[in-house]
Design a binder for this molecule. Structure first.
Ligand SMILES: *Cc1c(COP(=O)(O)O)cnc(C)c1O
Length: 408
């Protein structure tokens, strides 16, 4: 079965097989030379040229030429990502930020305007708030996109892109993708909607099905799932991926390494299994935290107390989808109390990132440069907790113990 479901053999729009079957078989195939049923890692930097190379377009990514122009391990992973997102095509780059930068720099030209969510990954904020306006003459507006009316009010005649992150890192605000897509598509000029779907992954939410034009993933997080490789992807139309390959990949140089593409392809095989566990464990822990008097607030879209719970629920792609593995919470304590709590944890690791097998927690203090954009409860310092795949009971015991040991 595997060989008929290869990059070459399966059509990009084949959605008939289940998500797990596709996550396993897409991008894999039999190695033609050895018959191995796992595709190899192709590490060569260059490929043999035809007898007369004078007709070659040296910026092409269609043929095997030079690894920065595109390589087999990248293409296998792109076939899987495009299919899981329901896109015509996908480009896999060196990191999530490379995919964000590729999207912004490909879509936006000097004189254009972009609208973006008030909570986004820090690099998206810096690119759209500072670097692109200062260096490239692009104007931008920050809006609270959890209310689509704010997006509508910010649209200008030269608006070309709306970029939203949902759920947002680290406030867990949720935006209504379908409502915002209706707004951008009703506009009398072309506006593209890009969605950073890193927290949800296509297992929980498929933004393109809801009307978005571009979906962006940090593959570093859940899609790889093992905390050992950086990668990023954007999935959209072939017309746009062609432009992205020409600019961001070949000429800005943001290509992923063959080894990382191979690792992410392997990690992504278990994405559905892992997401079910992340979803279930995070919901159980969010509910547990909400009942603890030492906890000042919990932000998790799966809780009924979350202000955008209904919108989040309406976006779920499948019966077994959930609300992801990341939650933020604050303790009834000060700066030092939060740090004491973290130092008392035995199972949960204090580190940035998310979507790994192990649970990761990070104290985000009161000095974040974007704090003025966050809801009030986030202003006294809080913890972003990426719930891992450990036994839920062990995580709950670890938290309860650390709250007590920290004297909160
Ligand atoms: C981590 C993250 C990114 C950046 O991804 P990298 O792979 O670290 O470059 C972008 N968006 C979100 C929501 C993230 O959590």
């Amino acid at each position: 079965m595997a060989s008929s479901l290869t990059h070459q053999g399966i059509s990009f729009d084949d959605q008939e097989l289940g998500f797990s079957t596709r996550a396993i078989h897409l991008g894999n195939g039999t190695d033609a030379e050895t018959g191995a049923i796992r595709r190899p890692i192709t590490l060569a930097n260059a490929y043999e040229l035809p007898e007369d190379p004078s007709d070659i377009n040296w910026s092409s990514s269609d043929t095997n030429l030079y690894t920065r122009n595109g390589h087999p391990n990248q293409r296998y992973l792109e076939a899987k990502i495009a299919n899981l997102e329901g896109a015509e095509d996908a480009v896999v780059l060196a990191s999530g930020v490379a995919a964000l930068a590729a999207t912004f720099t490909t879509v936006l030209n000097r004189g254009d305007h972009a609208i973006f969510s008030d909570t986004t990954y820090i690099a998206a904020y810096r690119l759209l708030h500072q670097i692109l306006p200062e260096k490239y003459g692009i104007s931008t507006s920050i809006v609270d996109s959890s209310d689509p009316a704010n997006v509508a009010a910010a649209i200008r005649p030269n608006t070309r892109l709306v970029h939203i992150e949902t759920p947002a890192n680290p406030t867990l605000k949720v935006s209504d993708i379908a409502a915002i897509a209706r707004l951008t598509h009703q506009s009398d000029h072309e506006i593209l909607l890009s969605v950073d779907n890193t927290f949800n992954t296509p297992f929980n939410v498929r933004p393109l099905d809801l009307g978005a034009d571009i979906v962006i993933e940090s593959l570093t997080k859940y899609i790889n799932g093992h905390g050992d490789a950086l990668g990023g992807a954007l999935a959209t139309t072939k017309a746009l991926t062609d432009q992205v390959r020409f600019t961001a990949q070949v000429n800005y140089g943001g290509i992923i390494s063959p080894f990382n593409a191979w690792l992410i392809n392997r990690g992504s095989v278990t994405l559905p299994l892992r997401m079910r566990q992340h979803n279930a464990s995070a919901l159980a822990i969010a509910k547990h935290l909400e009942e603890n008097p030492a906890v000042r607030f919990v932000a998790y879209p799966g809780l009924e107390s979350h202000p955008h719970h209904d919108v989040a629920a309406s976006q779920l792609a499948r019966k077994d989808s959930g609300f992801g593995g990341v939650l933020s919470f604050g303790l009834n304590s000060d700066h030092d109390g939060h740090n004491r709590f973290v130092s008392e944890l035995n199972v949960i690791t204090s580190a940035v990132s998310l979507g790994h097998d192990e649970s990761l927690i990070v104290f985000l203090g009161e000095d974040d440069e974007r704090q003025y954009l966050y809801p009030e409860v986030f202003h006294q310092g809080f913890l972003r907790f990426a719930v891992g795949l450990e036994d839920t009971d062990d995580l709950i015991r670890d938290i309860d113990h650390a709250i007590e040991a920290a004297g909160i």
